[in-house]
Design a binder for this molecule. Structure first.
Ligand code: BG6
Length: 521
């Protein structure tokens, strides 16, 4: 035994809500089951939940789609896909055998009442009340089909509002939750036509990431940081979600979305809300979601002048990623050759509440940037301009804390220290918490956590209706001002950190983007 392990006490692990995780027997129906999402994400996630013994004692998963398949052929297809998409390899044959026995396929058209009758018969054929009554409907289809599916599920007596005869029914959907506030309203009305808001699980996969969940634990289980978490100590906050990939084959979707709707409306505003929200009164899901909504509502509305000064959009032209030439956005498949859709967006937001008054929050996201990283970086105020600051001037680094969401997940505190030697030199050094070093490489996929929460009915990590709508209000106010074509200063070469206009926006207030580097930050 080395000296260190002899003196370090065992870490004090505190288990929260161990009881909560018991999921009841149920059936899961995936609409649009022949799509990519099912084989890439959903089935690997359910398989791992099975492997981790988190699935209910009895369950079945029914794939519902138009394509002709049998239970057997669907299972074979999924087994093959699992080899490619499973996060653990090789696939455990024994776990797969037990898991696959619960997979069934139901051929049917979403618009056909007879298909729902067939689904109902299938569910009843299991001769188990919970498998017929506890139902999770995963709508992996176009949002335009949600309304019809919900209408028909209700008509087939598969979906009831609230708890009926001891059973429960829930609906799971993913973004996009509309394309603006008005369409989000309509979609939300459709989703709750025959279900209560508590029965709707809106997935934002960022909330399933370990590091994103950790933001609340980090903030509210430690006293040292929370003392500093306000305008007295913090100069500004930078939230970056950069991607090394371009739009690729998703041009058709992206032409309708753009970076603002694709990333900011959901993932980035969620990270902002968690980073900046007030402590909730309890860990109950509604209390946490109330605080996120409050935060989103305290974001200062952007006027026309604010959008001009505080929002920058950009689009990539041909460049190089890691030395390899890549095409410009306008040359991507299914993209208009004169498209003005933004593949990059940067914005400066203010939160008008007691804690954050006057502190700028800079957000940016883009495709074909030099690194794929996501982080929230808290930049503390500089020291007064005396002593070392007076000597070093701007080369004295202000302290910062980076919550690195991916990759190299961890938390990095940066402060200054003396460089050893005879002369007096200072330079920033880092104090690191790295997930890998602390816990090893085990990181469940976001979907595992989210699907389990949907099964147990824990709404904490799902987006509530008022959150979606508060976020759209911000996005709509920006989009309304984007009426002109992009100018030269809004284009950036693929492989660079975005358009010049973005650096200029920060320079106006003497700020600069910090480029998250993977190796040393
Ligand atoms: C999705 C967006 O929601 O998130 C994609 O539609 C984006 O455009 C992706 O690439 C990023 O997710 P992650 O988990 O890779 O950061």
């Amino acid at each position: 035994m080395n000296v260190e392990s002899a003196i370090l006490p065992e870490p004090n692990v505190c288990h929260i809500g161990a009881q909560r995780r018991l999921s009841e027997p149920c059936s899961i129906v995936i609409f649009g089951a022949s799509g990519d999402l099912t084989s890439r994400k959903l089935i690997p996630a359910f398989y791992h939940l099975c492997k981790e013994k988190q699935m209910p004692a009895s369950f079945c998963i029914i794939g519902f789609a138009r394509r002709e398949k049998t239970d057997e052929s669907w299972r074979a297809e999924l087994r093959e896909a699992l080899d490619r998409f499973s996060r653990t390899k090789p696939v455990d044959e024994e776990v797969w055998r037990l898991f696959a026995a619960n997979l069934y396929y139901c051929v049917g058209d979403l618009a056909d009442a007879a298909a729902y009758a067939k689904l109902e018969q299938k569910l009843s054929s299991f001769k188990s009340a919970p498998l017929r009554q506890n139902l999770l409907f995963y709508l992996a289809t176009q949002p335009s089909q949600f309304g019809e599916a919900i209408e028909r599920l209700h008509a087939a007596q598969l979906l009831q509002r609230g708890h009926s005869q001891g059973g429960w029914q829930r609906i799971v959907v993913e973004k996009p939750f509309g394309h603006d506030l008005a369409s989000a309203h309509l979609l939300n009305d459709e989703l709750t036509r025959y279900a209560d808001e508590q029965q709707v699980c809106r997935i934002d996969h960022y909330l399933g990431k370990e590091t994103v969940q950790n933001i609340l634990m980090f903030r509210f289980s430690n006293s040292i940081f929370e003392q500093l978490w306000n305008r007295n100590s913090i100069d500004h906050v930078q939230i970056t979600v950069s991607e090394k990939l371009g739009v690729g084959a998703r041009g058709g979707y992206y032409e309708e979305a753009g970076a603002l709707r694709d990333m900011v409306q959901n993932h980035m505003l969620q990270v902002l809300a968690l980073t900046a929200m007030e402590p909730p009164v309890s860990l109950e899901s509604e209390c946490i979601r109330d605080e996120k909504v409050k935060l989103l509502k305290s974001i200062r509305p952007l006027t026309r002048q604010d959008v001009a000064r505080q929002v920058v959009r950009g689009q990539y032209f041909a460049g190089a990623i890691q030395g390899q030439p890549v095409p410009g956005y306008r040359q991507e498949p299914k993209v208009k050759t004169d498209s003005n859709v933004e593949t990059y967006v940067a914005l400066k937001l203010f939160i008008d509440n007691w804690r954050w008054s006057g502190v700028p929050f800079f957000l940016r996201t883009g495709k074909y940037l030099p690194e794929s990283t996501s982080e929230a970086r808290i930049q503390f105020r500089p020291t007064p301009n005396v002593l070392f600051a007076a000597q070093c001037g701007p080369s004295l680094d202000p302290n910062s804390l980076a919550l690195r969401l991916q990759p190299q997940e961890g938390i990095y505190l940066r402060f200054n220290g003396k460089v050893p030697g005879m002369d007096m030199s200072l330079r920033p050094v880092r104090m690191n918490f790295s997930y890998n070093a602390e816990y090893g490489a085990y990181t469940p996929e976001a979907y595992e956590r989210l699907l389990l929460d949907a099964l147990v009915g824990d709404a904490t990590l799902f987006i509530r209706r008022d959150e979606v709508e508060a976020a759209w209000l911000i996005i709509d106010s920006i989009r309304a001002e984007w009426t002109k074509p992009l100018t030269n200063r809004e284009f950036y070469a693929a492989g660079t950190w975005g358009p010049e206009a973005s650096d200029d926006m920060l320079a106006q207030s003497n700020h600069a983007w910090h480029e998250p580097r993977i190796e040393f930050d």
